[in-house]
Design a protein around this ligand. Structure first.
Ligand code: ANZ
Length: 857
């Protein structure tokens, strides 16, 4: 019987063995003290119906290697996995299939779990969580109640995109030119009652604490931009003939002398108040037009500015001049005060607008560098630094000083004050969907909102038939409002009656705190135990996609800070170190009509590609793997053809973890060959026993191999600490194998140490070989090898080199250098070469360990 490498059998065997012996169980209770901890977390996936493809496990493989190494290094490791299971895609898929979203979700979870297990990831499956299960969302609701108690959750009328034909609200991304992009049905902006979370109250801390995090700088910058802190001033302009004032926010108070008109956002409450009858019709018409545009559209158009004069005037507090008040949609109600002072000389948007409507442009900042080709202020706004001109008491001051002087003047004269604005808006936290967490609140008959008593949590999702859930209705009726009265109508313990809230929470809710539940996932009394939280938090390493840079990662930081303020968590930040994995791309094939083809449907032709069926030319391109581009390699197929270990190694070998790289099946071949060679290094394929070359002798029996081993330990350990360079760790393993395969003798201890290095990367084969070498326990529990610095460099010898019997130089060489290498080294030496000029070499005499003599004429 042959004993060749059979990955499918071996991998199934070890996955079972790890599970049976709970090898990756997270230590708890008495096991915790006295050992360092390491919490390594993957962003938990949304279990979609497509299953996993080879692009998904790149980050999971990296985190698994780290988790396994840390266990071997003696850390208590928490490495959990779970499912971000609520959300619209599951609801849509359920509708298409005519089943309940919970059913689709459970089906997908089974597939995802099976696929992840095939890769041998060392998750503690006993801690698996599912954000759509009542045991979990009970606590999501509980945290919401903490937010409500702290006045960080509130209800507000906010504009949404309502599509009457579809009977639903749409996101900004789904609307263009006032129409739903899919069907062209008109969409109106409507005010609707929505739950909001006051994330803006945390803007300053969310910004400042970024500095304490070990995250990629680019990612921190994205969060900084999203929070968008602006320093400036608020300035109150008196309105001519009225007692009301018009307050603006500006980052350039130094330009007040150049403010030649003001602009209100179309939704600004002052618009109707100040517009005189003669202008009312024109203003109303404009406001209606603007209302149907999304904010995004309104700011997108830089050149075509639209607007209307209200007929009213404001007084510029610095000059005393009456300046016209306009309404224009380039001013957004959602930022600052919803009103601006326009300085066309120094702001591009104002400049465009002023030219379009013939409004005065005044220069109030003069550049200090002498560029005579600069266009005049009439042609182009000057937005750079400089000195104030035409600005009374500010004249001659540089922008920064002028800003400060103007703020002082405004404060002294009661016209304004220093102000900080954030671009960050409060978080719209309700959705008109079924498959999400119900809000744990009741709306009483008088419209007031009260929390459901904690003892009554969770508020479970009512069962509603698919037909009922999807029944079209003319008015917006939330899916949950279609539940029966037994769910909808509530009597509180004190006898008051009311209706349940029928909005649900957005998909982001469950992922805001899941990392805390992993710490103590089965706790029925508390969301987590405080002692366990103090032990495990913060997450030491968090790996996931960059697409979550500002959504999940900002929301989770916000909730965490609220929990900190409630005294429920012990750290200010949840994720200390964060790493983004790169995308795996694959070639797609597309004809000129945009139709995609699978790789199997195209053939090469004259340096390009054509379809096999019709010969139609196609272009090939590297793109992110995606089902719609037909360029996906499914995880199951690849594991079946190669193996879980080969896939793990290839995911890492493709390049740095953070880099995007193209998928290449030839690369998989290479890693598969490596694993076969590794097998043959250790196993005699005739008998299945260890190879006869492996003998139980001290490591220094083969000093060169011992040295390479220690260099390999050092190299791999370093790439593990860098996280990003795990690809070089794989190369190191291959280099070692190349040398070891040529060695006549393999000391057993060297082979075992080498296997321990391989363990975290290709865990199945490593366990099997470890066992076949007679080890009784799992390699996953063996200690991580440590290198001996003294063994990194070999012992050296001094060898005299003669040319025609005369000493010319002395070489310092490795003790066990071979004859051939010694000869090469001698001939390559520059001093030797100098004495050979004009001579032809005839013979080289090498006395190993003693001398080299070159005979030349
Ligand atoms: C006068 C001025 C003069 C301005 C100048 C700029 C340059 P950031 O940096 O993004 O915070 N602004 C204020 N509120 C606005 C709103 N609701 N919609 C549209 N624009 C608004 O931008 C602040 C600047 O954007 C403010 O400073 C204001 O224009 C404008 F030479 O005021 B500025």
């Amino acid at each position: 019987m042959s004993h060749s490498y059979d990955p499918q059998t071996i991998e199934a065997k070890w996955q079972q063995a790890w599970a049976d012996h709970a090898v990756f169980r997270t230590p708890e209770g008495d096991e915790l003290p006295g050992k360092p901890k390491y919490y390594v977390l993957d962003m938990f996936p949304y279990p979609s119906g497509d299953g996993l493809h080879v692009g998904h496990p790149k980050g999971y493989t990296a985190s698994d290697v780290i988790a396994r190494v840390r266990r071997m290094q003696g850390y208590n490791v928490l490495h959990p996995m779970g499912w971000d299971a609520f959300g619209l895609p599951a609801e849509r898929a359920a509708d298409r299939a005519g089943v309940h979203p919970a059913e689709i979700t459970q089906r997908n979870i089974v597939t995802f779990r099976r696929q992840l297990q095939r890769l041998g990831f060392s998750y503690d499956w006993a801690r698996e969580i599912d954000s759509s299960s009542p045991d979990y969302y009970r606590w999501t609701q509980w945290i919401f109640l903490q937010l409500l108690e702290k006045d960080l959750a509130y209800v507000a009328e906010v504009p949404v995109n309502w599509c009457p034909a579809l009977g639903t609200v749409l996101s900004n991304e789904e609307v263009q030119d006032g129409k739903y992009i899919e069907t062209g049905d008109p969409v109106e902006r409507r005010l609707m009652r929505q739950w909001m979370l006051k994330i803006t109250a945390y803007a300053e801390r969310l910004l400042a604490d970024l500095d304490t995090l070990d995250w990629p700088e680019s990612l921190k910058e994205m969060q900084r931009n999203w929070i968008g802190r602006s320093e400036g001033a608020s300035i109150a302009f008196p309105i001519q003939g009225r007692s009301a004032t018009l307050t603006v926010f500006t980052t350039r108070p130094d330009t007040l002398f150049g403010a030649t008109y003001c602009v209100l956002a179309p939704e600004h409450p002052l618009v109707t108040l100040i517009t005189p009858p003669a202008q009312r019709q024109a203003v109303d018409a404009y406001v209606t037009l603007a209302r149907n545009k999304s904010d995004r559209q309104r700011i997108a158009d830089v050149h075509e500015k639209s607007g209307v004069f209200t007929g009213a005037h404001a007084i510029n507090p610095a000059t005393g001049d009456a300046i016209p008040i306009w309404v224009a949609d380039y001013v957004l109600m959602s930022y600052g005060t919803g009103a601006i002072m326009a300085v066309p000389g120094h702001d591009e948007r104002d400049h465009n607008f002023a030219r379009q409507f013939d409004l005065p442009i005044i220069e109030v900042v003069l550049s200090t560098d002498e560029d005579t080709n600069r266009p005049s202020i009439a042609e182009e706004a000057y937005t750079g630094d400089g000195v104030a001109v035409n600005s009374g008491f500010l004249n001659g001051k540089l922008v920064a000083d002028a800003k400060a002087a103007m703020i002082t003047w405004l404060e002294e004269n009661g016209y304004g004050r220093r102000e900080v604005q954030y671009r960050l808006r409060d978080w719209l936290f309700s959705r008109q969907r079924y498959w999400g967490e119900p809000f744990p609140v009741v709306i009483l008959e008088d419209g007031s909102v009260v929390a459901v008593p904690v003892a009554q949590l969770p508020v479970t999702l009512p069962a509603i038939s698919n037909e009922r859930r999807n029944e079209p209705m003319a008015e917006l009726i939330n899916p949950l409002a279609r539940a029966g009265d037994d769910w909808l109508l509530v009597t509180l313990p004190d006898g008051r009656t009311g209706m349940r809230e029928t909005n649900t929470m957005p998909q982001w809710a469950g992922s805001c705190w899941y990392y805390l539940r992993f710490i103590d996932p089965h706790n029925a009394e508390q969301p987590w135990s405080p002692t366990a939280e103090q032990y495990w938090m913060p997450v030491d390493l968090y790996i996931g996609g960059v697409e979550h840079a500002v959504l999940h990662l900002l929301y989770a930081r916000f909730w965490h800070k609220v929990l900190y303020d409630c005294g429920l968590v012990s750290t200010q930040e949840p994720f200390q170190k964060l790493f983004n994995q790169g995308l795996i791309q694959a070639h797609s094939y597309q004809d000129r009509d945009g139709k995609y083809y699978r790789r199997a449907e195209v053939v090469p032709h004259d340096d390009t590609w054509v379809t096999a069926a019709t010969g139609k030319p196609v272009v090939t391109q590297l793109e992110k793997m995606s089902k719609s581009k037909l360029n996906v390699f499914g995880l199951d197929e690849v594991i079946e053809e190669y193996s879980g270990d080969a896939l793990r190694l290839y995911e890492l070998f493709m390049g740095p973890v953070s880099a995007s790289a193209p998928w290449n099946m030839d690369g998989m071949e290479g890693l598969k060959r490596f694993l076969f060679r590794l097998w043959r290094l250790v196993i005699d394929e005739q008998s299945g026993a260890p190879d006869a070359k492996i003998v139980d002798v001290p490591a220094d029996t083969v000093p060169a191999l011992q040295r390479l081993l220690h260099q390999t330990i050092q190299g791999i350990s370093e790439s593990i600490e860098s996280i990003d360079k795990l690809n070089t760790a794989v190369s190191r393993m291959m280099e070692f194998l190349n040398v070891a395969a040529r060695s006549e003798i393999l000391p057993l201890t060297i082979v075992k140490t080498y296997l321990r290095l391989i363990g975290p990367f290709a865990p199945h084969i490593a366990e099997e070989l470890w066992q076949r070498l007679g080890e009784p326990d799992f390699i996953a529990r063996a200690p991580w090898p440590v290198f001996d610095p003294a063994l990194l460099v070999g012992k050296t010898l001094e060898i005299p080199v003669q040319v025609n019997g005369r000493l010319r130089t002395v070489l310092t060489v490795d003790v066990d250098v071979d004859e051939h290498t010694l000869q090469q080294l001698a001939l390559a030496d520059t001093t030797v070469a100098r004495h050979m000029v004009g001579k032809a070499m005839q013979r080289v005499i090498v006395v190993p360990g003693r001398l080299v003599n070159i005979i030349a004429k």
